[in-house]
Ligand binder design. Structure first.
Ligand code: NAD
Length: 490
């Protein structure tokens, strides 16, 4: 029987519900439910991979590697381009799948798929420019050069908040560079990962190059991926706590690691900033994906002389944001991923109010359909949990400051180092702060940090390595030195 979601799709065959190994479904007996966060309905019953199936997927990918690493880069690029094209041709179906399982609003889900298509194209173009070097020789009878080679089996573990982009940024780059992949998506969002894999096979990706293992208990798959000697690398995006656990587990086989973890971004506004520009960026940095973003503006530090004007202008703008059904075209803020998230966010609001915060905007009594209407809290201070914890929801927390040195110290007063934003019309100040703020990505008079050609990644406890850009592709290759002894005369 077709599910309700299948009836909404132009190509219902994109709706896979079993682990995907060797370009086919692995029919398992244990199922788990994927729930629509807005309606509470079951979107699909999905087959759960276990440790035995994980070992089989690793073996399938090892077998595929012996062929895939020999495929000429131009042929790989042709497959990536077809894959990219198929994403664009199926953008609405893919967005419906994503919205149904994650609650991401439809227009943003469409945007995420387009970004995925751009990434696949860009990785292909960059792959053709990824070259080795001829090195100056230190000896007359030695010649040396470097070559870049794929690693082999790359494990990818991805979160629910960018359930397509996190898959493509990893698997797209790894596969472009000649590796093979075993991916474990979040148990909240397995369907979009499976649909992307299905389109890869339609694009001509050979059997075993990209395998996807949904599961409800993450350890069932994760423990095998981390322990297996043939898995050369783990590319992980998720919370810092999970990252620390996986870091330890991967130590035993000393895998290469690329980790994208949680953030606690400061959003600093000086008294000379353009307030309209600030408010427009504050909305995208706090309310995009209903606030569930790693680079979300967690702590708004506003210069005391413009504090009241900022709150007034922001409140007026936020009141206009359409909130509700994520499938509706105009909606900007949809539901939280699950009830646990709603409870956690209400806890953060209560903790702040109990410690002296002022509720400027928000009805904290109603969370129908898992939706939290925008909340603005002022009078925040460092004793509140929201100061040090990633908020991950539509809550603006406003702190005030009066000196550049103080605000830099407060902004850096966190273990996280993912993104930081600063707004001012003084370009010397923007440059000073870009150098002083401890974050892997700085937005100076902008919050647009994401593009396929710009490297992204955290420092401190927000991550290891980069994604996107040429740096992102380079994470997935070994640079091998080749030294050739020669006779200087014949
Ligand atoms: P999470 O850490 O709970 O889960 C992430 C993934 O890890 C999921 O697939 C989950 O099933 C898996 N996982 C959890 N425990 C595991 C274990 N013991 N072994 C193997 N796998 C395990 O994170 P989440 O709630 O899905 O995502 C939200 C978090 O991700 C936030 O902290 C956010 O900041 C972060 N994030 C970071 C970036 C970035 O680029 N830095 C991007 C998106 C999300």
């Amino acid at each position: 029987m077709k599910t309700t979601l299948a009836l909404l799709l132009n190509s219902p065959d994109l709706l896979l519900t079993f682990p995907w190994i060797n370009n086919q479904e692995a029919r398992v007996n244990t199922l788990f439910s994927v729930i629509n966060p807005y309606t509470g309905d079951t979107v699909a019953e999905v087959g759960a991979a276990d440790s035995e199936l994980t070992a089989q997927a690793i073996e399938a990918s090892e077998n595929a590697f012996s062929h895939w690493k020999q495929v000429a880069p131009k042929q790989r690029v042709a497959i990536l381009n077809r894959w990219s094209q198929l994403l664009l041709e199926n953008v609405d179906d893919l967005a419906k799948i994503m919205t149904s399982e994650s609650g991401k609003v439809f227009s943003q889900a469409q945007g995420e798929i387009t970004h995925c298509a751009n990434m696949l194209r860009w990785y292909g173009e960059s792959l053709l420019r990824m070259t080795g070097e001829t090195l100056p020789s230190h000896s007359a009878n030695l010649r040396a050069h470097t070559i870049k080679q794929p690693l082999g089996v790359v494990a990818c573990i991805t979160p629910w908040n960018f359930p397509a982009a996190a898959v493509i940024v990893k698997a797209g780059a790894a596969i472009a560079a000649g590796n093979v992949c075993v991916l474990k998506p979040s148990d909240e969002t397995p369907l979009i990962a499976l649909a992307l894999a299905k389109l890869a096979s339609k694009a001509g990706l050979p059997d075993g190059v990209f395998n996807v293992l949904p599961c409800q208990n993450p350890e069932a798959v994760g423990d095998v991926l981390c322990a297996h000697n043939s898995v050369r690398m783990l590319s992980f995006t998720g919370s810092t706590n999970t990252g620390k656990k996986l870091y330890e587990q991967c130590g035993k086989t000393l895998k290469r690691l690329a980790f994208e973890l949680g953030g606690n971004a400061p959003f600093i506004v000086f008294d000379d900033a353009d307030i309209d520009l600030v408010v427009q960026n504050a909305i995208s940095a706090r309310f995009y994906n209903s606030g569930q973003i790693c680079v979300g503006a967690n702590r708004f530090f506003i210069h005391e002389s413009i504090h009241d004007k900022f709150i007034e202008t922001l409140t007026a703008a936020v009141q206009q944001l359409p909130v509700g059904d994520p499938m509706a075209e105009s909606t900007f803020i949809g539901p939280m991923i699950n009830d646990r998230a709603v409870t956690r966010l209400n806890g953060l609001i209560t903790d702040s109010l109990n410690k002296g915060a002022k509720l400027v905007l928000g009805d904290v009594s109603s969370n129908e359909h898992g939706v939290i209407s925008p909340v603005i809290l002022s009078n925040m201070n460092a004793s509140m949990t929201a100061y040090s914890q990633e908020i991950f929801g539509p809550i603006v927390c406003v702190y005030s400051f009066n000196s550049e040195d103080d605000v830099i110290a407060a902004a850096n007063d966190t273990d996280a180092g993912l993104a930081a934003y600063v707004f001012s019309q003084n370009y010397s100040r923007l440059l000073r702060l870009s150098e002083s703020l401890e974050a892997g990505a700085i937005g100076a008079n902008t919050t647009a940090l994401f593009s396929e050609d710009i490297p992204f990644g955290g420092i401190k406890q927000s991550g290891i390595g980069k994604e996107q850009g040429i740096h992102g592709l380079e994470e997935f290759v070994d640079t091998k030195a080749v030294c050739l002894g020669i006779e200087t005369s014949n």
